[in-house]
Design a binder for this molecule. Structure first.
Ligand SMILES: *Cc1c(COP(=O)(O)O)cnc(C)c1O
Length: 427
């Protein structure tokens, strides 16, 4: 006689109590594991799954992690890849943010047992990194930093801004739109290619809230151009806000056209805004540095609360500022000779299909346009690209000239073996 397969199906609760399903419930939550149990039970009832394989089937149906994110090995050679989350955090920053994940004294003085200034350790680290700043503040991102500064200084008033610096950052994000939504009026001066100190001076008046200078992060103008350097604008009466964008703390010889926060302050900017997850190499954040009296006004504005950062960001930022060189700095300054020998070692293990080719990396993230970072890549047939992206971790290369290039600039060298095995697994 044919046995009713339903009889053979173990109960949900007894399956969830199986020792092999305990850890997944801790990692993913009971409901998710229960759903996977239910679908495996259904397969046993259908007769499509032998009952002794039920637990294995549940395990194979569970996601590897609780989020939908798939970790990526960035073999594009683009250091600040916006689609891949911009700056990767250093090990120090990762440890710091996990340590901050539980209860933590972010806003509490353990000596007095009383409330303390939120994120004071992070702010102290930022002040130490920017000794020319009267005070500093951290908000959600670079856009938030600009939003807060312009709202406080120029809402209901005018922002004087060169026509050569009305920038679209990317993905349709236009800084003029952001500034207008603060309730300020744009007072455009100069022309697309040329703006002079006299243009700014002529626009200053009773309605001026601030003068804004924005780094044209992602494009360069050449030819018959002129713009006004910070020291000349600092001589004008209204507060000068400078958005340097990429968050370099000090000049970097590799990126001569990239402005930095310290120089902008020394040149006389009253307020400097920047991102935390571009060249600073930290978590997404907005850095504000400048005159103490202005920063105090920013802190008191209601928007400051809406734009504030969480303890995880504060922790990761502090560890980035005080810690070892960031992965971003290491990738930018990677030694081409070393990149070549790493590429050769990987290619040697991959056989005929792999070649080693020169490869220019890029800064990315809207920074250092046109700056080529000379390096080397493992070149594979194009069909590898999709296969490598489907892995876990996903390996994302760069398509160029009908080949899939694996540029090692942004791959930490301990991951070379992982890269090699990922390619071999595609065969
Ligand atoms: C990137 C950038 C921004 C925006 O910063 P986010 O941190 O992405 O919000 C603003 N201004 C400039 C000049 C930038 O380069």
């Amino acid at each position: 006689m044919h046995m009713d397969p339903r009889r053979a199906v173990p109960q949900t609760d007894s399956l969830l109590a199986d020792s092999r399903l305990i850890e997944p419930q801790r990692r993913l939550g009971r409901p998710r594991v229960r759903d996977a149990v239910h679908s495996s039970q259904q397969r046993v009832r259908d007769g499509s799954l032998p009952v002794d394989q039920l637990i294995d089937d549940v395990l194979s149906g569970l996601p590897a992690r609780a989020t939908s994110f798939t970790p990526v090995i960035n073999a594009t050679g683009i250091v600040l890849h916006t689609n891949l989350g911009r700056a990767p955090l250093s090990d120090a920053a990762r440890v710091a943010l996990i340590a901050a994940a539980g209860y933590v004294d972010v806003e509490y003085d353990l000596v007095d047992g009383a409330r303390a200034m939120r994120g004071r350790g992070t702010l102290a680290a930022l002040r130490a990194a920017l000794p020319d700043a009267g005070d500093v503040m951290v908000v959600n991102n670079g856009a938030a930093a600009l939003l807060l500064a312009v709202t406080v200084l120029a809402s209901g008033r005018e922002v004087i801004w060169s026509r050569g610096e009305l920038v679209e950052i990317g993905d349709g994000f236009r800084l003029p739109d952001l500034v207008v939504c603060t309730g300020a009026t744009l007072r455009e001066v100069g022309t697309t290619n040329r703006t002079t100190a006299a243009d700014y001076a002529a626009a200053v008046g009773e309605r001026t809230g601030c003068v804004l200078k924005v780094h044209t992060s992602n494009f360069r103008m050449t030819g018959f151009t002129s713009s006004v350097p910070i020291p000349e604008l600092a001589g004008l009466d209204p507060p000068l806000v400078v958005d340097v964008g990429s968050g370099l703390l000090a000049p970097d010889r590799l990126l001569p056209d990239e402005p930095d926060i310290a120089s902008a302050l020394r040149d006389g900017a009253d307020v400097v805004t920047a991102s935390g997850d571009k060249l600073l190499g930290g978590p997404q954040a907005g850095i504000i540095a400048g005159r103490a009296a202005l920063i105090a006004r920013f802190r008191r504005h209601p928007l400051a609360r809406a734009l504030r950062v969480d303890k995880l960001t504060l922790a990761a930022l502090e560890a980035t500022l005080g810690g070892p060189r960031s992965p971003t700095a290491l990738a930018l300054h990677a030694d081409p000779t070393l990149l070549r020998s790493r590429a050769e070692a990987i290619a040697a293990r991959l056989g005929d299909e792999a070649r080693v080719v020169p490869s220019d990396g890029a800064v990315g993230g809207g920074s250092g346009p046109g700056v080529a970072l000379p390096g080397w890549a493992v070149s594979l047939p194009e069909r590898y690209a999709a296969l490598l992206r489907a892995g876990d971790p996903a390996l994302v290369g760069r398509l160029e000239g009908g080949r899939c290039l694996l540029d090692l600039r942004c791959v930490p060298s301990p991951a070379d073996d992982l890269v090699t095995r990922a390619v071999l697994a595609c065969r």
